[in-house]
Structure formats: C-alpha cells, structure tokens
Design a protein around this ligand. Structure first.
Ligand SMILES: Cc1cc2nc3c(=O)[nH]c(=O)nc-3n(C[C@H](O)[C@H](O)[C@H](O)COP(=O)(O)OP(=O)(O)OC[C@H]3O[C@@H](n4cnc5c(N)ncnc54)[C@H](O)[C@@H]3O)c2cc1C
Length: 572
C-alpha cells in the first residue's frame, strides 16, 4: 500500500530516488486528468506505477476547462450518442459514488427563441439526454418552462423574443482539484507521483523492439535519471505528438489543438439563480456559476502557438462578450471581466492523408478518445473529455498490459472512491460541531468540506497546532493560510503558482490574480521548504511575471463592447 495519499513536497528527493531505483510495471507520462486517472487505474489493479509530470499536476488542459462533468448536450446534435451515453454514466458515478465532495449537480437554463421549431427539438434532445442516464438518477430530470418562469429564475435574460425555456441538470467540478485528488488516490494505492520531472527520451530493449522505460529530467535541477518499466503509457494531451517523437514512432492518430477561452465575471454582473446555456453561431455559450463568480465561455479555434501557456487574445474576449450580450438585458463590458483563461483541447484526428481538403472546423471533431500501441511496451491515449477520464485510463492501461506475461486484473476504478469521499456523509452531518470546536464560521467548514471532503480534518489539525493558520489568506476570499501549508505538506505544491493557480483558484477568482498575496504564500511555503530570503523573493517574482505575461496578451481595458444584438439572439 502507499502513503495514505500524502504528497509531501518536502519528501521530493526520497520520491525521486524511488523513481531511479525501483522497477515499475507501468510508467505514465503526463499528470493531467488522463495520466492521474491511468495511475489510479493501474495502481488499483495491483501494478507498480510511476507517473512523471513535466510541470505541475493539471498545469496543462486539466485546469483550464469549462469545469463541467457532462454528457455534452451538443454532441447529441452531432449524433455522438456513444460519447454522450458514456459521459452521462460517468457523471452519475462521480456525483453519487466516486467523488460526491468534488462533483456537484448544477442546473442550466436553455432559453428558447423559436417556440414552435425549438421546443420539440430541444425537448426531444433533453428527453434522450435524461433517458441515457442510469436508473439511480443522482441529478434531477429536465423541465419545460414558460418565458415568465425563465425570467424569474434568470432576470438577466432579455425578455425580447424569449419564447420559453428548458431547465436541465449536469454537474461541475474544480478540474485542477479533481486531478490532484485522483493523483493522491493513486499514491494511496502505491503509485509514485513525480512533478516537474519530464520524460526526455524513451528507452528501448537491446534488440530495439520494445520500449522499456524513459530517461527523465528533474526540471528543478536539470539532473537526469532513467526509469525502467514493463510498459510506458503516454497521457500527454496536446504534447502527445512530441512524446511520440521522443520514441521515434508515429501513432495511428494525430492530436489537433483547439483553443478555448473563458472569462470570469462577478456573480452580480449576471442576475440568475441557475447556469445558462445559449446557442451561438458556431457552438454554445455557457454561463457557469462558480462560487461568487460566473465563468462564461467558451471559444473554439484552431491553435498552433506555445502549448505550455496558451493565452487569450482581445478578439477571444470580445467574441465571448458579444455572444453573451446577445441574450442579456444589461450588457457585460470589459470592466466586468475579472479574469480570462485559455486552454487547449487535445482533439484526435487521423494523420493527414494525401488529397485532404484542409482541416475540419474543430467544433465538429469527435471528442471520443483513441488508444494506440505504436510499439510494444508503449501505449498512448488522446482525445476524450475530462468527464470520461476513467474510461480513457481503463482503456489505455488495458492496452499497455495486454502483452504482459501474467494476467493483470481488470479495472476496478468504478469501485474506488477518491480520497475524501469515504465517510463524507458523517463529516458533513458534523459540520456544525466542527465549526464550534475550531471557532470557525460554519461557511469556512463548508468550504473545507467542498474542497477536501472527509479529509477536511487534516486541514483542521494544522489549525489546531497553529491557530494563526485559521486566518484567511486574502480578504474577501474563503481560502485559509492553513490551506497553503496543506498544499505543500499533502498536495505536492512546489512553487507559488502551484498554490495560487491550481491548489486554490485565486488566479481566476481575484481581480489581481492573487498577486497581492504571492509574497505571503511564498513566505509560508519558504518556511516549510527551507527557502532563503532571496529564493522567496524570486518565487514571488516568478509568479508576478507569469501573471503579467498572460495579462499583456489579453490587454483587458475598460472600454465596452457591443450591447444586446437581439436580432441574432437565436443564431444557430
Ligand atoms: C476550453 C476547454 C473547455 C473544456 N471543457 C470541458 C468540460 O467542461 N468538460 C469536460 O469533460 N471536458 C472539457 N474539456 C476537455 C478536458 O479539459 C480535456 O479533455 C482534459 O483536461 C485533457 O486532459 P489530459 O490529461 O489528456 O491533458 P493535460 O491536462 O493537458 O495533461 C497532459 C500533461 O502532460 C504533461 N506532459 C507533456 N509532455 C510531457 C513530458 N515529456 N514529460 C512529462 N509530462 C509531460 C503536460 O505538462 C500536461 O500536464 C475542455 C477543454 C478545453 C480546452
């Protein structure tokens, strides 16, 4: 067994020496949701597993999504029935059993503007969507609504031409936290999880026929070691082609990058008690409730720039504002925008064939995943969605172990609740008592339960030992100083950005992107990690530079964009 899922950044050298000295059954390259899922899948089958992630867990696409665990209503329209069916099953499993502390139901209002044509069409789609659910039904059934009913729930919608609405349910998650929790659960089953360690070359058997591990580089020191494994599994998202190049192989598919941008606005800027989904010319636009904010997006454009830090442009932001303002009574302006973030969808496409007439628009490319074994000992997976990570993980591990000498048990992850899920009901029921015992507001205890589930007690233990850690980290935000400590001692945070961008989400929830507390975070981390004064200052500066680079590209200014363009409100 593992270490109860504690990923302690202070134990980094011990973990790195395990990488170099142990022999693994499976080495996973990539610590996004797919790689973390594969580590859990393989470790919970009793295999010896190591995972290397070049930067931080979820630092790629898996912290930059729409944060929905959903069937994908619009894939029904594309007749992607298998994808929708599988995704809805996964959604229900996550909400009811695997991660009820992290994955929560959320409602969406779908306004209708052409009653006669739209209601039967959308209604039939939603009926099918609901029918594809399992029989346990952890999220409610959809409902038809009148225009009046819709405006009561969402007064922010312009009443003009509104003919009615549908209300349906999906689920949402903090994507970075979910990824981290899956990785920690894998560690609890014995997996070695190494971040800021890149695969820089793949090892071959003496006859060159089989991949037998990888050469990896510690990105903090530049030091390289070899990791030996029976099979290597590539879960590198939009970097997949580059990892295949390291192996000198060409897989049966290519990964195409599609950029998706979201803006974050305060809750007051859009008056509604439910999420909203509206159709746009190209796809759909979501207003997703996110604590005290709305996440609004997304875009879908082909991308070929720097995959490590994709940035939003002014045009991306204007596109979202314009699409939003087509249905809002009070237009959103740039002044409302607190933050902007961009992510890259790893979409699968067949390798280019001669005579092809140029790329398909990315909105039409399938979100289903593809598994390939380009060489014995090397399996890779790409495509899919966050929602279906467990299936992607199962399928790629199945492919990786298919030629192992001895039988490997089938995947059991449908029966493995993530850390923090077990015992959740009892801990939730005792939330009032916890608040009294620790002299904390009830809302703070609820905040901890939503983030750590039944493990919230581990954060509270830190407060018991040092009551000063109960102080909020930043004014007006729920995060506590204890959570910075926990991020280092239990969640493997190595740098300030790991804390402010992913362990907590101040980078997108605060108008200053968390820069005002970067120094405080650096000081708390520095005490635990033995940073000198100079190193602390450098860590703070590193975060400020990262934020400045992103903001320069987006160049958010106070000028407003066009208001409601109601004539085009029902485009598509
Ligand atoms: C805008 C947007 C919105 C989305 N919304 C949703 C949604 O609402 N619901 C949903 O289900 N899905 C959604 N998705 C899709 C979902 O986010 C992705 O499918 C998923 O996050 C991909 O995870 P991944 O692990 O495959 O890739 P990533 O998260 O990118 O992970 C790959 C990792 O590999 C690492 N890596 C690369 N090369 C190396 C190397 N040589 N050595 C070590 N590590 C390496 C990278 O650093 C990276 O962390 C959305 C995607 C986008 C872009």
């Amino acid at each position: 067994m593992g270490n109860n899922g504690v990923l302690d950044a202070r134990e980094r050298s011990a973990m790195l020496s395990r990488l170099a000295t142990e022999r693994f059954d499976v080495l996973i390259i990539g610590g996004g949701i797919t790689g973390a899922g594969a580590a859990l899948d393989a470790a919970s089958r009793g295999l010896r597993v190591a995972l290397v992630e070049a930067r931080d867990l979820a630092s790629g696409t898996s912290s930059r999504s729409s944060k929905l665990i959903h069937g994908g209503l619009r894939y029904l329209e594309q007749r992607d029935f298998k994808l929708v069916y599988e995704a809805l099953r996964e959604r229900d499993l996550l909400v009811s059993k695997l991660a009820p502390h992290l994955v929560k139901p959320v409602s969406f209002l779908y306004p209708l503007y052409k009653k006669v044509v739209e209601r039967p069409y959308v209604g039939a789609g939603l009926a099918l969507y609901d029918a594809m659910e399992g029989t346990r039904r952890p999220v409610p059934h959809h409902r038809h609504m009148t225009a009046r009913g819709a405006l009561k729930l969402a007064p922010a919608l312009s009443p003009e031409r509104l003919a009615g609405a549908m209300l349906y349910y999906d689920a949402q998650v903090d994507d970075a936290r979910h990824t981290l929790t899956v990785a920690r659960t894998a560690a609890a089953h014995g997996a070695v999880i190494a971040t800021r360690v890149s695969a820089v070359g793949l090892l071959r058997s003496p006859d060159g026929e089989r991949v037998t591990g990888a050469r990896v580089r510690n990105e903090e020191t530049g030091h390289e070691v070899t990791v030996t494994a029976e099979a290597v599994v590539v879960c590198a998202g939009v970097w997949t082609d580059l990892v295949h190049e390291l192996a000198g192989v060409r897989a049966g598919y290519q990964v195409r990058m599609s950029k998706g941008v979201h803006i974050v606005v305060p809750r007051e800027a859009v008056q509604a008690e439910t999420g909203v989904i509206v159709r746009t010319d190209k796809s759909v636009l979501f207003f997703i409730p996110w604590g005290e904010y709305w996440i609004v997006g997304t875009t879908d454009t082909d991308f070929s720039g720097d995959r490590a830090e994709p940035v939003a442009t002014e045009e991306d932001v204007d596109y979202i504002l314009t699409a939003a303002n087509r249905v809002l009574v009070r237009p959103l302006t740039r002044a409302d925008v607190i933050a902007v973030y961009a992510g890259l969808r790893p979409l699968v496409a067949a390798p280019p064939s001669n005579g092809a007439k140029g790329p398909k628009p990315t909105t039409k490319v399938s979100r289903e995943h593809v598994v390939d074994v380009p060489l014995p000992g090397l399996a890779s997976v790409a495509g899919g969605k966050f929602t279906t990570y467990r299936l992607m993980a199962r399928d790629v591990v199945d492919a990786a172990v298919a030629d192992f000498g001895q039988a490997v048990p089938a995947s059991v992850t449908d029966q493995v609740p993530l850390l923090g899920a077990d015992g959740l009901a009892a801990v939730r029921a005792g939330a009032g008592r916890l608040a009294e015992d620790y002299l904390l507001p009830r809302a703070t205890v609820e905040h901890l339960l939503d983030r750590y589930g039944a493990l919230a007690g581990e954060v509270l233990d830190l407060i018991r030992a040092d009551p000063g850690l109960a102080q909020p980290l930043a004014d007006g935000h729920p995060y506590l100083r204890a959570e910075v400590v926990y991020a280092v001692t239990h969640e493997n945070a190595l740098h300030v950005e790991d804390v402010l961008m992913r362990r907590m989400r101040l980078s997108i929830e605060s108008a200053d992107a968390g820069t005002g507390v970067a120094d405080a975070v650096s000081t708390i981390m520095g005490r635990l990690l033995g940073w000198s004064r100079r190193k602390r200052a450098a860590e703070t500066r590193r975060y400020l530079d990262l934020v400045a680079a992103e903001q320069t590209m987006t160049a958010l200014g106070p000028e407003s964009v066009p208001g409601p363009i109601l004539a085009r409100a029902t485009a598509g």
